[in-house]
Design a protein around this ligand. Structure first.
Ligand SMILES: [Zn+2]
Length: 499
């Protein structure tokens, strides 16, 4: 890493802090509070303009020219291999997305700590403190999630310690073979999109004014569990959206995409999952949805469910349910891939009011959200912008889109990490090509996900477009539903779903 890069990297950190602080200070002003109470996104434009002004000024002061955060991070990423883990951990999905490193790290730590303890007592230990069987066990758990290359490297290290051990050599050959048998998937890779799950159907489908909307837009915990079992049995396997492309650099140093066929084991069908609005909006309170995400004592992401004032921690939404499912069935996920979490910001993140920067517990909420986000990134999840206000990207003005994105980056991106994935609110796409697309690209977005009747995947040199299939109540109950391709509709439907 060059000194210049470190300097500009540090400069950008200061810049980011200055922007966040600037917004924090502005929001504490009375003028801002008055405007926010109107609840009208347009009413905050003046404040946002000031924020933008601050950003531009600071950028000039820091670097002499406006350097985008993403450009600097990208440079740091490219020139400092050893820093990748750290950058990914600190700043998020974009950088994790470029390598399987972080996911692997978490997988190894999680799976081997226990294994070592069991094996060490029964075998003679060599100078590295590890037994041959603990190596074998770790390699096996790596290979179960298709980390074949990593399993092979580990076994090579083990063989250096135990040159006479036939089991180690045999395992190494087995995983080399498995790696060589992965094949490029030639079919269309579906992208399934869903929202937070209904935990208590009696509350969601209780006939109140929201019941009909929930029936159409959401699926229940029971349905999601059934769907996972069915898709797993049919050979579906989660992949990361980045597996659809490879990235290289052109002569000017810009990232260039080219299409890739994902490599999967024979008979497996890759798919991508995304979950929108994991924000736990106020309107779902008391309607049988989870309340917020938390980290449990073991560091896993769980949900808090609030049942009339009694809070319980558990697997009450897509994230912890899928995490547990993949832990049980590692072959359901290619190299630890989980899903894309598309976040808004207008009601905070993960159930924490990070939109209220003057709440008195803002710094606590922000730290909680950052910690949860870091864990999610380590365990195969990716983040996307879903717009700050969940406005229709196709319909809003350029000016509104700019304000919306600046606000998202300041309040959400600053906590979960910068991202190149943009999931259109309500699936409404911009024009390709077009002014809004150019703007979003200039802000660092390069993977655009909308919804469409057809599966569309187009990979250009500087952006990717993929459309998504909605996994919701309407889809579960519709005649000729596209979802019938993935599982048997009648088998997965919650008996508590109204007819
Ligand atoms: Zn949404």
């Amino acid at each position: 890493m060059k000194l210049k890069d470190i300097a500009s990297f540090a400069g950008s950190m200061l810049l980011m802090a200055a922007v966040v602080f600037g917004i924090y200070a502005l929001k504490n002003s009375d003028a801002f509070k008055d405007k926010m109470q109107t609840g009208d996104p347009a009413a905050v434009s003046e404040t946002e303009t000031k924020v933008d002004g601050n950003r531009a000024e600071s950028a000039e002061a820091e670097a002499g020219t406006e350097v985008s955060m993403k450009t600097v991070l990208k440079t740091a990423w490219e020139s400092a291999g050893e820093m990748r883990g750290w950058i990914a951990e600190a700043f998020g999905e974009k950088f994790v997305g470029l390598s399987g490193q972080i996911t692997l790290e978490a997988g190894v730590l999680d799976s081997t700590d226990e294994g070592d303890n069991g094996a060490a007592s029964t075998e003679e230990m060599q100078d590295d403190g590890r037994t041959a069987s603990s190596y074998l066990q770790e390699a096996e758990s790596l290979a179960a999630g298709y980390f074949y290359a990593e399993a092979v490297s580990l076994l090579e290290a083990a063989i250096a310690h135990y040159p006479e051990d036939g089991n180690l050599r045999e395992a190494k050959e087995k995983y080399q073979m498995a790696q060589s048998e992965l094949a490029a998937y030639a079919g269309v890779v579906a992208h399934i999109s869903m929202q937070s799950l209904i935990v208590d159907p009696d509350k969601a489908f209780d006939g109140d004014e929201m019941a009909d909307a929930y029936e159409k837009t959401a699926v229940t915990v029971t349905e999601f569990r059934n769907i996972l079992e069915e898709m797993y049995a049919k050979g579906y396997i989660l992949i990361d959206i980045h597996d659809l492309m490879s990235m290289s650099e052109d002569s000017s140093g810009d990232v260039v995409y080219s299409p890739e066929k994902p490599m999967v084991p024979e008979g497996k069908i890759p798919f991508i999952l995304s979950v929108d609005d994991v924000n736990y909006y106020a309107y779902t309170e008391q309607d049988g949805f989870a309340d917020r995400l938390v980290l449990d004592a073991g560091g896993s992401v769980k949900c808090i469910y609030n049942n009339g004032g009694t809070e319980t921690v558990g697997d009450y939404d897509v994230i912890p349910i899928l995490d547990a499912f993949v832990a049980e069935h590692p072959d359901f996920s290619y190299r630890g891939a989980k899903g894309i979490i598309a976040l808004t910001g207008f009601e905070g993140v993960f159930g924490y009011a990070t939109n209220k920067t003057d709440s008195g517990i803002y710094s606590q909420d922000a730290a909680t959200v950052s910690n949860i986000a870091a864990r999610l990134l380590k365990t195969g999840w990716r983040f996307a912008s879903h717009g700050y206000w969940h406005q229709n990207t196709a319909d809003i003005s350029m000016e509104t889109l700019e304000l919306d994105n600046a606000r998202w980056e300041a309040e959400v991106g600053s906590l979960v990490g910068t991202t190149e994935i943009y999931v259109y609110p309500d699936g409404k796409e911009v024009e390709y090509p077009g002014e809004k697309l150019d703007y979003l690209k200039s802000e660092g977005y390069s993977i655009f996900c909308g919804t469409d009747e057809k599966n569309i995947l187009s990979i250009g040199t500087d952006y990717i477009r993929q459309t998504r299939i909605l996994l919701n109540g309407t889809g579960l109950t519709a005649k000729n539903s596209r979802l019938a391709e993935f599982f048997s509709l009648k088998d997965v439907i919650d008996p508590k779903r109204p007819d």
